[in-house]
Design a protein around this ligand. Structure first.
Ligand code: EPZ
Length: 418
């Protein structure tokens, strides 16, 4: 495992280009299974999670050509319909491939994705929806076998607007017979990006971005070229890096409307934010004001920025309150932050943060992808040196985060194998 070594105290300044969205890339790469032909993707971030998803597609029989500019996937000769347990364990969101395999081949076998660092991550809503689509599901020895003769469109009401379940239903029903209507669908921008790509392949879908999505099954999907949208969580992470260091950062290719809750919360905390076309400029004060945050499904405040924003508030003036409503175990970073001098009390899914003047550098762990990113921001602010270990978590979701931060004036480098 490797670590980041960070010397804190520099106000970040300059501009940063955001990479393609991790959480749009994963379902879009899965969707390349559906056309049994060529899919060319641009702006896919070169991170662990996309590498693993491509590795699985290759194991299934896809031909993949990759260079800096694009990824070409040919899914004509898929022979395998089983996703191996070790790969499922490496990345739980590979469950998204099941929906695409079932959508095209009417069968898929995969193991229970298992929980991860932020919660149990059940897939009951996915399986319930598959059953409603007429898919037989056998669960045996930790494996889930899905099969059916044909997929019949139907009405599916989600108990919770699950992002993954919404995506899996869309992937499983684009080639179905008849119409599928999802009510209480998730509204995340990543789902809109997936649907835009599927519509370019010839899918008949409407309502994406709202809580009612309609999919009219088609017989075939065509070859496609598609450019992935910028990563709103990475963009929010860099806005927060500017906020915690009292800096001035220009985000040059994010999509401002994807960031409304973060921008409004940063303004509430006394940051000045200017938006000119697709450029977002944050000018942070010396010290932020304490605020309240509640994570919600989109368009509410994203759970993926909860730990990152919590870190920003750990040095704000006053007492902040964060309520995590999406995942049951997304406060693990608080223990690490307290090692750096943060004053935080946790009561169930609520964190009460009494802002301190300054954090102090020490050795801390990345508890998960976003918890690790939060530790990086803490190190950028802290007095002295911070060593953030287990950075493989962070590299799963952030492309070249150290290079991008160094370009903004941060002092951060990777120490291999520590
Ligand atoms: C996606 O996860 C994202 N991952 C997550 O980002 C993100 O935090 C999450 O959506 C919420 O926005 C990808 O897109 C790859 P959910 P997903 O299904 O689809 C419960 C990151 O840091 N639930 O919307 O797994 C679940 O336990 C990652 O980039 C069920 O109960 O999220 C959770 O409490 C982390 N049963 C809530 O719903 C189910 O069948 C939201 O989960 C499915 C979900």
């Amino acid at each position: 495992m490797s670590s980041f070594i960070i010397e804190g105290g520099t106000k970040l300044n300059g501009e940063v280009r955001i990479s393609g969205s991790k959480n749009a890339s994963l379902p879009i790469i899965a969707a390349s299974i559906l056309n049994g032909g060529e899919t060319t993707l641009y702006n896919v971030p070169n991170i662990h999670d996309t590498q693993i998803t491509l590795k699985i597609l290759k194991k299934l029989g896809c031909k993949i050509k990759k260079n800096k500019e694009k990824i070409e996937i040919n899914s004509t000769y898929i022979t395998q319909k089983e996703i191996s347990e070790d790969l499922m364990r490496e990345m739980r969101s590979t469950v998204i491939l099941a929906g695409a395999l079932i959508g095209r081949f009417k069968e898929a076998t995969f193991s229970y994705p298992g929980g991860c660092d932020i919660g149990a991550r059940p897939i009951d809503l996915h399986l319930k929806a598959f059953k409603k689509l007429g898919i037989n599901i056998e669960e045996e020895y930790g494996f889930i076998r899905c099969s059916c003769d044909k997929i019949i469109g139907t009405n599916i009401d989600l108990d919770f607007p699950s992002v993954g379940a919404t995506e899996n239903i869309i992937l499983a029903s684009v080639l179905a017979e008849g119409k599928t209507t999802i009510t209480n669908a998730a509204r995340e921008p990543e789902i809109v990006d997936l649907v835009k790509m599927l519509k370019k392949m010839g899918a008949k879908i409407s309502g994406e971005g709202t809580n009612i999505i309609e999919i009219n099954g088609v017989k075939k999907l065509e070859d496609v070229k598609y450019r992935i949208m910028p990563d709103r969580i990475e963009a929010g992470t860099f806005l927060c890096a500017g906020a915690i260091t009292g800096g001035n950062i220009k985000i040059i290719n994010a999509i401002p409307e994807h960031l409304v809750p973060i921008i409004s919360k940063l303004e509430e905390a006394n940051c000045k934010i200017k938006i000119e076309n697709n450029i977002i400029i944050i000018d942070a004060p010396q010290r932020l004001k304490a605020i309240e945050i509640k994570t919600m499904p989109y368009p509410g405040f994203p759970t993926d920025l909860q730990s990152i924003f919590g870190t920003v508030l750990s040095v704000a003036k006053g007492t902040s309150i964060i309520t995590e409503n999406i995942f049951e175990n997304r406060f693990r970073y608080l223990a690490e932050l307290k090692r750096m001098g943060a004053k935080i009390k946790q009561e169930n899914n609520v964190a009460i943060i009494s802002g301190v003047k300054r954090l102090s550098g020490t050795a801390v762990q990345s508890t998960d992808l976003r918890g690790g990113a939060a530790m990086v921001l803490a190190g950028l602010e802290a007095k002295g040196i911070t060593k953030v270990s287990n950075i493989e978590y962070i590299l799963r979701g952030y492309e070249d985060i150290d290079k991008k931060l160094n370009k903004l004036g941060a002092n951060i480098y990777i120490k291999e194998g520590e």
